[in-house]
Write a protein that binds this ligand. Sequence first.
Ligand SMILES: [Zn+2]
Length: 249
Amino acid sequence: MKLLENLYCYIWPGRGNNSNSYLFANALRGDRPHVIIDPGHVVNELNERCLEHLLSDMERDNLKPEDIGLIINTHSHPDHCEANQALVERSRAKMGTGKAKQALITIHEEEMEHLAMMGALMARFLGKETGFEPDFYLREGDLNLGKENKISLKILHTPGHSPGSISIYWPRQVGVLITGDVLFYGAVGRTDVPGGDGKLLKRSIERLSELDIEYLLPGHSTEFGSIIKGREKVEQNFAFVRLNYFPML
Ligand SMILES: [Zn+2]
């Protein structure tokens, strides 16, 4: 679904677990102009075909997987990045003129260090391996996605759910914030997973609350909803989680 010019949202509608995906269309120069955030599971614990579902929704919006040039992961949990490799392979189907022969994968460096240390434990905890290699690391600060249409993102290192969790802020026109599993509609990310830290999560959420946010796009939906639209509702959500979750973190 198109949310704004250049920005598409794919809210997971299934019964089992999977992340929401977000896509910046026509953001990069070259043959593969789209950027996807958290492509999610290939197949989840209820055998729902998550990736097929995403691709058919993208097709409805006239977006092709072979046109994806960059995959950004908010963190390394398989419900956010299991489909990375499948998308890279789809991107190889397209011949290009540029240097990149396939979609690139990126994630925060601390997340990969955490994975290297905790990989086996994580796989046991989450029931799946996270089998991908990033092509480069994300850093706190600006990430400019190409000169022509100037989609300039800010990467915020927001640990707490995992050590290298990032949030992605798009300040242009209206403030758009993609939070991964840091913050949801009426809830926060789990801190009882390997690498989770309640104190850090609180600090990360407080940091996000200082941004000017018109659209908050979380990694998962809750009973309250998925996308939070409007500054007032976003502020109410920060107040709600401060009141109801912070004492437990
Ligand atoms: Zn997660």
